[in-house]
Design a protein around this ligand. Structure first.
Ligand code: MG
Ligand code: ZN
Length: 186
């Protein structure tokens, strides 16, 4: 099974310092929906893992998050793609939970639920915590420059030792090219 785990805000949709608190505020990054569709057509399973501390901060409730995710599912499927599951952490930074990235809980939950190893599984994120959580879970972190990505590179560039892409579309192009090359040499 070919699995890729995506962060949500700043990878699939435009991030906001004010949080994404309504379906109206959920705006896809150009090319991201089509990138998910390309993964789907190539047989990849796409799962989302996202910190949503806006719930703990009482900026929105789980019902609203559900409606935001309905919009995301609908938008992806209108583009010809599919998101199989969304794993989210509803906690705040002081809740000391095991699922808020940089902790690996969300990724480990995905591995348990799908009964797979995360070894070699690419994860695509736009922040340092995304990379750290992925590394801690034994997956293969990838950084995109959208969302917080450029800022993370400016602040921590010298310590970031993972593949970097301009956006989800170019990261996916490379994933699919690598997969094709691997298959063609078997
Ligand atoms: Mg993000
Ligand atoms: Zn959590």
């Amino acid at each position: 099974m070919q699995l890729v785990i995506l962060d949500r805000d700043g990878v699939i949709n435009e991030d906001s310092a004010d949080y994404i608190k309504s379906p109206e505020e959920w705006i896809p990054i150009p090319g991201s929906l089509e990138a998910i569709a390309r993964l789907h057509h190539a047989g990849w399973h796409v799962v989302v893992a996202t910190n949503q501390s806006g719930i703990a901060r009482k900026l929105f409730d789980p019902d609203i998050l559900m409606r935001i995710h309905e919009k995301m599912h609908r938008s992806v499927s209108d583009a010809g793609g599919q998101i199989e599951a969304i794993f989210f952490c509803p906690h705040g930074p002081n809740d000391n939970c095991s699922c808020r990235k940089p902790r690996p809980g969300l990724f480990l939950d995905i591995a348990r639920r799908l009964r797979i190893s995360l070894h070699g599984v690419p994860t695509i994120g736009d922040s340092l915590p995304d990379l750290q959580a992925s590394q801690a879970a034994g997956a293969n972190p990838i950084l995109v420059r959208t969302g917080k990505g450029n800022g993370a590179l400016i602040a921590h560039g010298s310590s970031i030792d993972v593949p970097v892409y301009d956006n989800l579309a170019t990261a996916v192009d490379d994933l699919l090219a690598i997969r094709y090359r691997d298959n063609s040499t078997v």
